[in-house]
Write a protein that binds this ligand. Structure first.
Ligand code: ATP
Length: 235
């Protein structure tokens, strides 16, 4: 009997008013897995992350995390269970220092201490006394991920973490995400940069108009130019 996946999303629907944006999304993330959600703008990727995080409630379907139904819980209750969403606009405190930002995010009994975050992100250690607003875009992204780690996630969800960043910073963040994955944190990643996705992922789901149009292991995806062309307009 296979072990139940850490996260299991079963046929969720979501609406913005009358607009039926998610029309039955099902997906899984296993313990220690890194899974991506791919697809064109407006396909429903961000809405899927929000529905898992409890930022919005699905109008139908189930989200199960560690065996427990979480789709009726409030955001902070979902977070307490170990699901952490790093939104696209990053949500750091600009007037607080890097270190204050990290300490504020720390949960009691978190296995992640300041030193652990600084080991992964040496730039944050260098900038520990600087205000969040003084950081570069890449450093702000690192701080947002560092804050999420202080919150002791079992599942880290990232929404376009490298968007708009310079290639050298993108490489740095890819290496850092590999380290975080190796530490046992499961990751659900929304990202447009296919090279980043294929460097990191175990599996991919392609979302199209609010449903999962295709599912593939990373090896299958890499070998399949037709899929890349059809769903993503590349390949
Ligand atoms: P993107 O890369 O553009 O963020 P996405 O795949 O993440 O794309 P979503 O952000 O989930 O897509 O959006 C799915 C659909 O829902 C889109 O048609 C979008 O216009 C619509 N939508 C998103 N947020 C809202 C909102 N707050 N109110 C109304 N409609 C919304």
């Amino acid at each position: 009997v296979p072990v139940a996946p850490l996260l299991s999303v079963e046929d969720i629907h979501a609406h913005y008013g009358k607009s039926h944006v998610l029309q039955g999304i099902s997906l899984r993330v296993g313990d220690g897995e890194l899974v991506t959600l791919l697809g064109r703008n407006g396909a429903g990727k961000t809405t899927t992350l929000k529905s898992i995080a409890g930022v919005m409630q699905p109008t139908q379907g189930q989200v199960r995390f560690g065996g427990e139904a979480t789709h009726r819980l409030a955001t902070h209750q979902v977070a307490q269970r170990g699901i952490c969403l790093v939104p696209e606009h990053r949500g750091i405190f600009k007037l607080l220092t890097v270190e204050e930002n990290l300490m504020l995010a720390q949960r009691k009994k978190s296995p992640w201490q300041l030193q652990d975050v600084y080991r992964i992100f040496p730039r944050l250690k260098e900038r520990r006394g600087n205000g969040g607003g003084q950081l570069s875009g890449g450093e702000q992204q690192m701080l947002a991920i560092g804050r999420a780690l202080m919150n002791a996630p079992r599942l880290l969800m990232l929404d376009e973490p490298v968007e708009g960043l310079a290639p050298v910073i993108v490489e740095e963040i890819v290496a850092q995400l590999k380290t975080i994955k190796a530490a046992g944190v499961s990751i659900l990643l929304v990202e447009q940069n296919l090279e980043v996705c294929t460097q990191l992922a175990d599996r991919h789901y392609i979302i199209e108009q609010g449903v999962v149009a295709h599912e593939a292991t990373n090896a299958e995806f890499l070998a399949d130019d037709a899929v890349k062309d059809r769903y993503l307009g590349v390949g």
